[in-house]
Each structure stands twice: as C-alpha cells, then as structure tokens.
Design a protein around this ligand. Structure first.
Ligand SMILES: Nc1ncnc2c1ncn2[C@@H]1O[C@H](COP(=O)(O)OP(=O)(O)OP(=O)(O)O)[C@@H](O)[C@H]1O
Length: 340
C-alpha cells in the first residue's frame, strides 16, 4: 500500500519486461519515477504499454546509440546496413519501407543509398529530380522525403556514369557521401548496400561505422546461399547481424485468399534459426509493394493503415529491439536519460 503516493519504479519491472519479452535486468534502467523511457523505436505500442503497466505512467522514447567499430558519424546514433547477398530480392524496397516504419514508430530516420551501380532509392522516394544543396561547396544537405532525409549517388550523377566506376572509386565516393552529408540528428541511418559480398561490400562493411546489419532474402535456395555469405561477411568484420527479413515469402490471391509459396517455404526463417538471429518479418510478394516503390509513393506514407504497412512496422520494431539488445549484450552503458 502506498496511500496515494506513487509506487516505486521497481514495481513496473516485471510487467515491463514481460511486455517486451525481455528480462528485468534488460529493462532495469527504463523507469524514472513514474516515467518509462523506452530506448528503441516502438511508439505505436506506447498506449498499450501504458495500460499494461496500470495506466498511471508516462511513456516516452529515447533511442540508445549502439557503438560501432569505427568513428561514428556526428549526430547519427545508429547506422544499420541493409544488405542481400543476391541482387533483385527487394533490398531497396525493404530499406525504404523499414525506414518509414521506424519513422512512424517515432524515430528520426535517414537513408543513404550505397547501391552505387543501381541507385533506386531516389525513384522509390519520389524525389529523383532533387539535387542536394551545398552551403560551402564541401558538404551537402541531404534531400527531404516525407519526413525522412536521404542521399544517393543517384541524386548526384547520371545513372550510366556511376556504373562504370571501379571498386575503389565507388567505395571512396560512398565514404565521402556518408561523411560529407550534413545529416541532422538521427536515431537510425539505414544504408542500402550494394548487392553481393565482394570487395566493395567488404570494404564498406569495414569502413562504415555500422551498429548492425539486416539481411534481406527471398526464401529460395539460390538467394539463401548468397544471404549466408552476407551474414558471414558481416561476422568476419565483427558487425552484428540484427536479423533476417524474408521478402516475397508468399503470394496471396486477392480473390480467394489462397497463399502460394512461389519461392519455397520459410527459407529465411530457417536461415535465421540456423544462424541464431531473429527473423524480423516475412513480407509477401504483393503488387502494392511494387507499385508504391516504382511510383515513388512510399507504401507506408500512402497507406499507413494497411496490413502491409503494419507488417513493416512490426519488422521495424523487431529490428529496433534487436539493435538495443546488442547494446545490452555488449555491456554498453544505456543512455536512456540523455536523449542526444
Ligand atoms: N515484396 C515485394 N512484392 C512485390 N514487389 C517487390 C517486393 N519487394 C521488391 N519488389 C519489387 O521488385 C523489384 C526489385 O526490388 P529492389 O529494387 O528493392 O531489389 P534490390 O534487391 O534492391 O535490387 P538490386 O539488387 O538491383 O539492388 C522492384 O521493382 C521492387 O518494387
């Protein structure tokens, strides 16, 4: 009994931990008196969390910065590399949709398109004709897109010019774009990596201060073999793999609801299990995903209430939580009180 006084924060811990499927130790720093400060993006669940904790609490969010292997980019708390061993599996579409999903979960988000030989992010964001401005002829302001910021080689050079760049030139251009873009304060910067596991990818994985990587794959054996190489590449350079997104998992008939598993069943799920990393989501092969990506009208902006958008938000929350857990496992200090 507390006779009108507020219960001590410690009483929240079991319910708080259970709500997120974490241990009490993993949430121990979150409550501050009657406030609970959640250290990763999951704003859409705040109201539900408040009810689960009895209703008499305030919920806010302050994303933790997870340390990377090399010097951080000023103002950017976490860099997440989105990668696929194989080309054409939907890596760029997944990057854009996860980025908007994180934004809708209350985070400040940017995208860097590192897919130098096929920069599709400007088209998917619907701002391909924008050119980044420079305040001093040395740095660039990123382009704006529906609340996100983005930079891409596609904004800067004509498509056919970048495709003839050799590996070292491409890596250098990308590192320049990363370091010379005037990123605003960001919780998450998603990098759409070039497909494959060759020299360029390895150099980037080593040089970019990546906090964690996401592997996008279709469920078919061919893509999985390359995704496995992608996981191995990040492990080789000590970048934690945060999880697998299985894209084009199935096709569901609009008329009768029947599901067809065109590229085999649960391949990404099995890969995640084999490598002991989370399965972040299984997204269908869906005409809406293709149309919104190709038309430059991001799905989550155009149809935020659709079940597809909800699936991306669920994957984004799982990703944000996986990244937070890396910081706890690495024994990092959890700066939940100090937002920036
Ligand atoms: N789940 C999906 N359902 C339907 N279409 C999709 C889905 N995911 C991606 N696409 C479409 O497939 C095509 C290839 O996707 P995307 O460009 O994202 O692949 P990628 O892996 O980034 O390719 P690249 O190897 O060229 O970088 C695009 O037209 C995209 O809109």
């Amino acid at each position: 009994m507390f006779f009108g006084k507020k219960a001590p924060a410690a009483t929240f811990l079991p319910d708080l931990a259970a709500f997120f499927g974490l241990t009490e130790q993993q949430v121990t720093n979150w409550p501050q008196g009657n406030n609970v400060i959640v250290p990763f993006a999951c704003q859409s669940r705040h109201e539900e969390l408040k009810q689960a904790l009895g209703g008499n609490v305030q919920i806010s969010q302050a994303v933790t910065a997870v340390a990377a292997n090399t010097a951080p980019v000023p103002g950017v708390k976490n860099i997440i590399a989105v990668t696929s061993g194989k080309g054409g599996v939907g890596k760029s579409a997944t990057t854009v949709n996860l980025a908007f999903a994180l934004f809708q979960e209350g985070a400040r988000v940017g995208i860097l398109d590192a897919d130098i030989y096929g920069p599709s992010i400007p088209i998917m964001l619907g701002n391909a004709s924008q050119y980044p401005t420079s305040p001093d002829d040395k740095h660039m302001h990123p382009n704006q897109a529906h609340g996100l910021v983005a930079n891409s080689i596609g904004y800067l050079v004509e498509a056919d010019k970048a495709t003839v760049w050799r590996g070292p030139m491409a890596s250098k251009a990308l590192m320049q774009m990363l370091r010379e873009t005037l990123w605003p304060d960001l919780d998450y910067l998603l990098i759409d990596m070039p497909p494959g596991t060759g020299d360029i990818q390895l150099t980037l994985a080593q040089q970019i201060p990546v906090s964690g990587a996401v592997i996008v794959t279709t469920p078919q054996d061919l893509a999985l073999a390359d995704a496995t190489k992608g996981i191995a590449m990040f492990e080789q350079v000590n970048v934690p793999v945060l999880g697998v997104v299985e894209n084009m998992s199935y096709y569901q008939c609009r008329a009768c609801g029947h599901k067809d598993y065109l590229f085999a069943t649960d391949g990404g799920k099995k890969l995640a299990q084999q490598r002991s990393v989370p399965l972040l989501g299984q997204l269908p092969l869906d005409i809406q995903i293709r149309q919104h990506a190709d038309d430059g009208t991001p799905l989550l902006v155009a149809e935020p209430d659709s079940p597809l958008s909800a699936s991306y938000r669920q994957a984004a929350r799982a990703l944000a939580k996986a990244l937070y857990l890396r910081s706890v496992q690495a024994g990092a200090k959890i700066p939940v009180h100090n937002q920036d």
